[in-house]
Design a protein around this ligand. Structure first.
Ligand code: URA
Length: 434
């Protein structure tokens, strides 16, 4: 078998047999096929796509390229909730303890932020003393102890994705539905949770800018999950404005804690309630999402998830006192971003808000940048809000790095006019395979 013949077939839209896909990917992982041939292959996939059969095999080879994580002996129903990434997305920090309070375990790998999007790993690391488990055994033990198992991606799990993703990043082949679907699903399938919930973000702060493309990605991932006999629910959710109000690290953790008491922003609360209700439905505790949401809301009002968040933080070596007194460090210097005119907030260019937080130091432009957990942005006005000239639309918490640039970016991200605008829905669609 020769890589060039396989590339040629993909170029000419000829369906690839399983053994050729396996040969190409395995040889690439072993360093026997060079980057330039895989780049050409990815570009051919970008233009010609993959059949459902090709995609299943491609995902399977990716998944099996490293360790698989199973949870033998854990009696809990385990869920892996994954988001495709956005701005202000602190969902896991609230959702995992809510799941735990319903006796649902969390088993997942999370990422760090890169570019304009934040990452769950960075957000938890705002907590003094907190460190994530680094091995599969430590993850399993954390699930056993606290019901919440989260760790960062490691080189040992789906190493092929890491190699392929870096290559796609520099060859303009990231935005390909089969390549994104296989990249995400191979990492989900490598961790053996009982149910997978995928939160596909749609809008100006997301990978998928429009609902049609997001729907196609969702269908492709659902089909892969079905092919592997896994229960999958996909939520398409709005990322046409930041999720909640806080964008940063420490400030997002605090907003997630407030949400556990039912005092969080309405869009974020609605997302957490919906995802938690889906978890209850996956587990078989409720017949539908509406029934589940009612239970979750009562749980939040009663503050039942706090203890579970504290247990998890303590098991990871962190100081959990912030859960009671919201004492995480926030940068003391604040600049108000004010509106220049009267009107309604028509839209918020979300990627710019993410970038504004990043240049303050809340995110990384390059992989090895060190982040400042205390800085960030808090939105005071969201889509549909009425604004008067001089009103504060956002607050910038800074340590004097790029504060003016950040303020200007936020100001230009807000489109304010006399046209009345609805706030918009957070949940855009839900599809599932069971
Ligand atoms: N997230 C992933 O994990 N992979 C992609 O290809 C795109 C987003």
């Amino acid at each position: 078998m020769r890589a060039v013949d396989i590339i040629q077939k993909k170029r000419d839209n000829i369906v690839l047999p399983d053994d050729e896909i396996k040969f190409l990917l395995d040889s690439y992982l072993q360093g026997k096929v060079p980057d330039y041939q895989i780049s050409a292959f990815c570009m051919a996939v970008y233009f010609n796509g993959m059949t459902a059969g090709e995609l299943k095999t491609f995902t399977e080879v990716m998944m099996n390229s490293g360790d698989l994580i199973e949870f033998p002996g854990i009696k809990k129903f385990l869920i892996d909730k994954h988001s495709t990434g956005g701005v202000g997305d602190k969902t896991t920090i609230s959702l995992a303890p809510v799941f735990a309070s319903f006796n649902i375990g969390t088993a997942k790998l999370s990422g760090r932020g890169l570019g304009h999007t934040g990452g769950t790993i960075d957000k938890f690391e705002s907590i003094p003393g907190f460190t994530f488990p680094e091995t599969k055994d430590a993850l399993i033990s954390l699930v056993n102890k606290t019901g919440i198992g989260i760790m960062g991606y490691s080189d040992k799990i789906v190493p092929l994705d890491k190699k392929l993703y870096s290559l796609r990043d520099v060859t303009a082949t990231v935005p390909s539905i089969p390549l994104i679907a296989s990249s995400i699903m191979s990492k989900k399938l490598a961790v053996h949770a009982d149910g997978i919930i995928l939160d596909v973000k749609v809008g100006s702060g997301a990978f998928m800018k429009d609902i049609e493309t997001a729907g196609k990605l969702a269908e492709a991932m659902l089909e892969i999950g079905t092919g592997f006999g896994r229960k999958v629910v996909i939520v398409l959710s709005d990322m046409d404005q930041p999720l909640g109000n806080a964008v940063g690290n420490s400030n997002e953790v605090l907003e997630a804690v407030e949400t556990l008491s039912g005092k969080g922003p309405s869009d974020f609360t609605e997302l957490v309630e919906t995802l938690a209700a889906i978890g209850l439905m996956l587990k078989g505790d409720v017949p539908d999402i509406d029934g589940g949401k009612e239970l979750v809301w009562r749980n939040l009002k009663a503050g039942k998830a706090h203890e579970h968040l504290k247990n998890f933080v303590e098991a990871c070596g962190g100081d959990s006192s912030f859960v009671d007194d919201l004492s995480l460090k926030i940068a003391p210097d604040v600049v108000d971003v004010v509106s220049d005119n009267d009107g309604f907030v028509n839209s918020i260019e979300t990627e710019s808000i993410g970038k504004a937080a990043m240049i303050l130091g809340a995110g990384r432009a390059a992989k090895d940048d060190v982040i400042d957990h205390s800085v960030g942005v808090v939105l005071m006005k969201k889509k549909g809000s009425t604004v008067k000239k001089g009103d504060v639309i956002a607050k910038v918490y800074h340590n004097n790095k790029s504060k003016l640039e950040s303020v200007n970016m936020i100001k230009s991200a807000y489109k304010i006019s006399g046209n009345k605008t609805e706030p918009g829905k957070i949940i855009l669609d839900i599809i599932r395979n069971f």
